[in-house]
Write a new protein. Sequence first.
Length: 270
Amino acid sequence: MTMNSSGPISLAGTTAGVSIEIENGGNGTTQISLNDTAVRSLAGVTTPNSTIIMPTNFYGKSNQFSFSITANTTNYVLRASALTAGWNGSSKLVCTINSGVYVYSTGTGSYAMTIAGSFPGGVALINNGTIVGKGGDGGAGNGSSGGSGGPALQVTVPVTITNGSGRIAGGGGGGGGASGTSECHGPYKGGCDFYVFIGGPQGGGGIGNGAPNGTLTAAGGATGSGAGSGGGYGSAGSAGAGSGGAGGAAVVGNSNITWVSTGTRNGSIS
């Protein structure tokens, strides 16, 4: 959290917002010095032994690294991306997904976003955009079932999530395919030397870029008579001759999450 903006500041101690050692990720009892690199970094006075550090140097300071996802991105692994962005691997990490940004998956077997690994100072996610799994593909025109939608968010470590204006959603299931037909071929009227199978219409793809014609914002409709439409966020596709695919999970690892606000979530949460 952020240090207090007035009043006393202590070098150590167990009071969050006042203790420099707690702000730097300690337990309140570890011995520290004003010349420690982490302490001077928090104060914004980085040259040791040359500049006097005053308590006021710590007012309003926070030992956390904040960064934003500002453009659409795929198969996002938070820890690796934060390190690339300049996070030191130990301070608290706060990631914000900007409004209008989609974090999505390129395959139904992978997550749109994964929060896993070591976050010694804690980690928080503020989602103002959309985290969405891959949509299932529509079933083939031989009566095949639509594919299942993929999962959106996997969490394996403690994290705080604010999803007030955002959406976390599994991909939509693909629509079931229509039945094909067998066409008679032969030289004699009323007889067939052989049959040729002609495939029927494919089912529509689920929202989350399922084929055919599913996008990040819309599911694909039935491509012809007898085929099913793709499912919306986290929802199953509709049946054709084949059944519709299941919707993808919104969240896997919910027991690790502290929700500040849940916002819009589509699909199972487990």
